[in-house]
Design a protein around this ligand. Structure first.
Ligand code: ADE
Length: 420
C-alpha cells in the first residue's frame, strides 16, 4: 500500500518527465537498476529514506524498488523538495513519499516519523536526522533496523559522534567517504549547484565581485574553483591550517571572517559548523552584502538569536531573497532562510554527478545486507572495490578509456630491488 503526504498529486506527470530526463544522465544507476530488476537483492527489505526529494533521488528510489524493496521516503530538508517529483514518486513509482517544499518544522518531523512508522529494515539518511530520531524519541523503530547508509559529511560526523558515545545501535555505511562520492559530488556538484542557487535567487554578476567562502573542504574547494572561474575575487576563511595553506597555494586570499566581512559582496558558508557568520560579522558587512549557506544545516549563520532578533526590519524582496535592515542603517540579504542554497533556490547537484553518489547508495544497501551478520555496530566505509567499480563504469559511460598495467609494471610496483 503506497501512502504519502505531498503537495499535489496532480503534479505527477510533470515530475515523471523530469525524473526521466535526469535518468538520461545517470547511466551507472540505470545499469545497477537493470541488474537489480533481474536479481532482486533487496527482496523483502523495507527502506526508510530521508533524502532531498529531487529527480536524482527519485531514480535512486526506482532502483531500490527494482531490487525488490518497499520504500518510504521523507525530505532531509524542509526547503529542498521538488513537489512534482514527490507527486510522481507516489503516483508512478510506488514509493510512499512524505515531503512538501516549505514544510514547517513540525511537518518535517511528522514526515520523518511516518517513515519510521513503516518499520524500515534499512535506513538511508542524508544528515542523520532520521537516525538521530530513531535513537531518541523513536527508539521503538530500532528493533527492525538491520543496517543503514549515510550520504553526507555532516551526517557522517554526527554518526561518528554517536558511535564514539557508544549509542549507535546498528552498522551504517558512510557513503560520503567513498572516493566516487566526495571527490565529485562535494566538489563539482556543490561547486556548480551552489552558484546556480545564488544566481537563480539573485541574478547577480559574479565577475568582478568579491566572494567570501567559509570552509575549504571538498565543498569549499568546488565553490571557490567555480567562483574564480566566473571572474570573482575569492577569499577563503578556514580554521584548519593545512586547508588554509592549500587555499593560499590554489591562489586564494585567506583571512579571518572578521577581516573578510567588510570586503565581501557575497558570502557562502560550507563548513558544517555552527555560527560561522555571526552578528558581529553581519554588522561589519557592506550595504547590500548577500549571505547564504550551502552546508547541510542553516546553523552556519547566526540567524535565530542573531540577525532575526537584532535586525530593525525584514522583508522578502524576491523569491529566496530576504532583506534585513540593521541598526547601522545598512541592509544585508540572506538567501533561502540560510538553508542549503543549492537545493532550495536551485535543483541541487546535476544528475551526472549524483549518478555516482547514488550508485554508492544502491550498492551499499546491497552490500550491507550481504555482510550484515559480520558487521559491528558503528560507521563503516564502503569497500574500495565497489568504489573503483563505480568509477570504472562511470568512465566507460562517459566514453573514456584507460591504460592497464603491463606485467612488467606490476612486478616493478611489487619489488624493492630496482633503484638508482
Ligand atoms: N544533494 C545535493 N544535490 C542533490 C540532488 N540533486 N539530489 C539529492 N541530493 C542531493
Amino acid at each position: 500500500m503506497i501512502h504519502g503526504d505531498v503537495k499535489d498529486r496532480g503534479l505527477a506527470a510533470k515530475g515523471k518527465a523530469r525524473i526521466l530526463w535526469a535518468d538520461r544522465s545517470m547511466p551507472v544507476l540505470a545499469d545497477i537498476r537493470a541488474r537489480f530488476e533481474l536479481t532482486k537483492p533487496l527482496a523483502g527489505v523495507r527502506v526508510g529514506a530521508c533524502l532531498h526529494v529531487t529527480t536524482e533521488t527519485a531514480n535512486l528510489m526506482r532502483t531500490l524498488v527494482a531490487g525488490g524493496a518497499s520504500v518510504a521516503l521523507c525530505a532531509s530538508n524542509p526547503l529542498s523538495t521538488q513537489d512534482e517529483v514527490a507527486a510522481s514518486l507516489v503516483e508512478d513509482f510506488g514509493v510512499s513519499t512524505y515531503a512538501i517544499k516549505g514544510e514547517d518544522n513540525s511537518t518535517y518531523y511528522k514526515h520523518l516519523n511516518a517513515v519510521l512508522d513503516s518499520k524500515p529494515t534499512i535506513t538511508m539518511d542524508d544528515g542523520a536526522d532520521l537516525v538521530s530520531l530513531a535513537h531518541s524519541d523513536r527508539k521503538d523503530a530500532l528493533a527492525a533496523v538491520v543496517a543503514g547508509t549515510e550520504e553526507t559529511t555532516t551526517g557522517v560526523i554526527r554518526l561518528r559522534s554517536m558511535a564514539k558515545a557508544g549509542v549507535l545501535d546498528y552498522p551504517i555505511i558512510a557513503v560520503n567517504d567513498a572516493m566516487t562520492k566526495h571527490f565529485f559530488d562535494n566538489r563539482y556538484g556543490t561547486g556548480q549547484s551552489t552558484l546556480d542557487g545564488v544566481i537563480r535567487a539573485t541574478n547577480m554578476l559574479l565577475a568582478g565581485s568579491t566572494v567570501v567562502i567559509a570552509g575549504y573542504g571538498w565543498c569549499g574547494k568546488g565553490v571557490a574553483m567555480r567562483a574564480q572561474g566566473m571572474g570573482a575575487h575569492v577569499i577563503i576563511t578556514e580554521v584548519d591550517p593545512v586547508k588554509a595553506i592549500e587555499a593560499v597555494m590554489d591562489g586564494f586570499r585567506v583571512m579571518p571572517m572578521a577581516q573578510a566581512a567588510p570586503v565581501g559582496d557575497l558570502f557562502i558558508t560550507v563548513t558544517g559548523n555552527k555560527h560561522v557568520i555571526r552578528m558581529e560579522h553581519f554588522l561589519a558587512m557592506k550595504d547590500g552584502a548577500i549571505v547564504c549557506n550551502s552546508g547541510h544545516f542553516n546553523v552556519e549563520l547566526e540567524l535565530d538569536g542573531g540577525l532575526y532578533n537584532q535586525c530593525s526590519s525584514r522583508q522578502l524582496v524576491r523569491d529566496f531573497v530576504e532583506e534585513f535592515s540593521l541598526a547601522n542603517g545598512r541592509k544585508v540579504y540572506v538567501l533561502a532562510d540560510g538553508r542549503l542554497v543549492n537545493l532550495s533556490a536551485a535543483e541541487g547537484h546535476p544528475a551526472m554527478v549524483m549518478d555516482m553518489s547514488f550508485a554508492n547508495q544502491a550498492l551499499s544497501a546491497e552490500w550491507i545486507l550481504q555482510h550484515k551478520d559480520g558487521l559491528a555496530k558503528g560507521v563503516h566505509v564502503i569497500p574500495e572495490e565497489i568504489d573503483r567499480e563505480i568509477a570504472r563504469i562511470k568512465l566507460k559511460t562517459m566514453g573514456y578509456g584507460m591504460d592497464v598495467l603491463t606485467p612488467e609494471q606490476v612486478a616493478y610496483l611489487g619489488s624493492w630491488q630496482e633503484g638508482t
